[in-house]
Each structure stands twice: as structure tokens, then as C-alpha cells.
Design a protein around this ligand. Structure first.
Ligand code: SF4
Length: 278
């Protein structure tokens, strides 16, 4: 059932994070020109350029069918970041930039026990926050931003997380994607945060093709049925993270192969027979 959007902040208890299977893959050798182009694309978009694109955009009927299939595959989809309040959600999302949700979830229990509110976070200070988050990437900068955004929440919003994009994006370390996640998850607003998984999935399947994050976000906002927008964020992330993977989508176990327009769907890998005597 699709929940009606509401402006009231939502909180929830820490969810059980699905265990992401780490696959170690050797990077393919790239030609110097290709590497330069890829680096330039990544610098522009913040994501790797789509390795494969659907030949056309899905029709509205195909989008509805695709997302309905995903909703059946991920019926209880929620963010995998652990949080208990809009403030701890905001901090967790800021910490998750260029880091996995699992790595953030490993450090936030101790951080949030020490500093569950903006006041406590300011008191803990940059050094104290840094002590808790050293295992995640860019921790020095993130510690600085978390303390500064806490100070800004106290100064500008009486310690509350604001519910508008403009106010969120004015906070230290909060960009468009972070604001979109907070609006979607804490305030039930129909935003479509585009992370690396959504960017890839949208281009590959024809859900919403585009060369930049902004183009994909605009395409998805325009094309996804309004009543599916808010939850589709979670379905698309989980589908991209666990099934429609970057290097090789696992189409043989995908629930949405029929509406998906990716032209090079993958077959189930053939398991090698055991060696004689093994
Ligand atoms: S069929 Fe393959 S390419 Fe299409 S969404 Fe599923 S896993 Fe991704």
C-alpha cells in the first residue's frame, strides 16, 4: 500500500541492514583516452558514466510495471542507515557521502550515544566527533560539517531539522542528494534522491536516462507516477545495490526483466563441474 505523503517528521528505529556481499573485481584496463573521458565524466556527474544505456526511455506503462515489480521484490524497503530522529538521520546521511551505509552504521551507535542532539554534538566538538568516525572516508571534513550543521540548527532552527530543501541545503555539508533523502525519509516528501545506484539503474533500464545526476533526477520526477515517487527511491536503491549491480547486473534473478529495456541481460552463471577426485 502506498502511504500518503505528510509533512510531519517521521522517526524509526534502526533497521536491520541487509548484508551487502562485497565482490572483489579487478578493474579492467582502460585505454588512456577512455580513462581520461571517464574521469572527466565522473568529475562532472559525481558518478561513473553509465556503462550501458537502454536504447529508449520506458513508456509510462512500462515504468509503472517496472516499479510495481520492484515494490513486490522490496516490500518493506526503507533506508539502511540506522537513525532514531530527524537529527540522527541528517547526520547519518552526511556521513554516508562516498561511504557505504554499513560503514556508517558501524560508527553511529557510539556517536549518537555520546551526542544524540545538536547541543550535545556541538559540545562533543570536532575532535570528539572525529574520534568516533575515523573509519569512514573524509572523516576530518565530515566531523567539521557535523559540528557546524549542529551549531546552525541551534542558531537558525531551535535545534530542529528544517523541512524545506532551501533550509537543508544551507546547512554545512548538506547537498541536494542529502536534502532529498532527509525530505523523503523524515518528512515523507516525494523526492527522488539520485545516488550512484539510482543513476545506473535509471540509465540502464530506460526508467529515466540522463548524463548528469540532475538530468536523471528531473527525468524520474517527471516520469514516475506521483503516488510511487516517495517509495520508489528505496526500491531503486536496493535493486541497484543488490541485483542490478554496477559491473554485472544479475538479470537471471531479477523480478523486472520484462519491462526492463537493458539490451544485454545476463544469464545465470554456469557452475563448473567439480574436478575429478576433488
Ligand atoms: S533485468 Fe537486469 S538490467 Fe534490467 S533491472 Fe533487472 S538486473 Fe537490471
Amino acid at each position: 500500500m502506498v502511504k500518503a505523503p505528510s509533512s510531519a517528521p517521521r522517526t524509526r528505529k534502526a533497521s536491520t541492514a541487509a548484508t551487502a556481499k562485497r565482490v572483489s573485481v579487478k578493474p579492467e584496463k582502460a585505454q588512456p583516452a577512455a580513462r581520461t573521458k571517464a574521469a572527466s565524466d565522473k568529475a562532472k556527474t559525481g558518478h561513473n558514466a553509465p556503462t550501458a544505456q537502454a536504447p529508449r526511455d520506458m513508456t509510462k506503462a512500462e515504468i509503472r510495471a517496472f516499479l510495481t515489480d520492484l515494490s513486490r521484490a522490496w516490500p518493506d524497503a526503507e533506508t539502511e542507515l540506522h537513525y532514531t530522529t530527524p537529527f540522527t538521520l541528517l547526520v547519518a546521511v552526511v556521513l554516508s557521502a562516498q561511504a557505504t551505509d554499513a560503514s556508517v552504521n558501524r560508527v553511529t551507535p557510539a556517536l549518537f550515544a555520546a551526542a544524540p542532539t545538536p547541543t550535545a554534538m556541538v559540545e562533543l566538538g570536532e575532535e570528539g566527533v572525529g574520534q568516533h568516525i575515523r573509519t569512514i572516508g573524509l572523516w576530518r571534513n565530515k566531523a567539521k560539517n557535523v559540528v557546524e550543521l549542529s551549531r546552525q540548527l541551534l542558531e537558525r532552527h531551535k535545534g530542529q531539522v528544517p523541512g524545506t530543501r532551501e533550509e537543508l541545503e544551507a546547512l554545512a555539508g548538506v547537498g541536494r542528494k542529502t536534502a532529498n533523502v532527509v525530505l523523503n525519509v523524515a518528512f515523507n516528501q516525494p523526492t527522488v534522491p539520485v545516488d550512484t545506484h539510482v543513476f545506473r539503474l535509471a540509465n540502464r533500464t530506460g526508467l529515466g536516462r540522463g548524463k548528469t545526476v540532475e538530468a536523471v533526477e528531473a527525468a524520474l520526477e517527471k516520469r514516475i507516477p506521483p503516488e510511487m515517487i516517495r517509495e520508489s527511491h528505496h526500491w531503486m536503491i536496493l535493486q541497484g545495490r543488490y541485483v542490478c549491480k554496477a559491473r554485472k547486473p544479475e538479470c537471471w534473478r531479477c523480478v523486472a526483466t520484462t519491462p526492463c529495456l537493458f539490451p544485454a541481460k545476463t544469464d545465470r552463471p554456469v557452475s563448473k563441474p567439480p574436478r575429478p577426485g576433488a
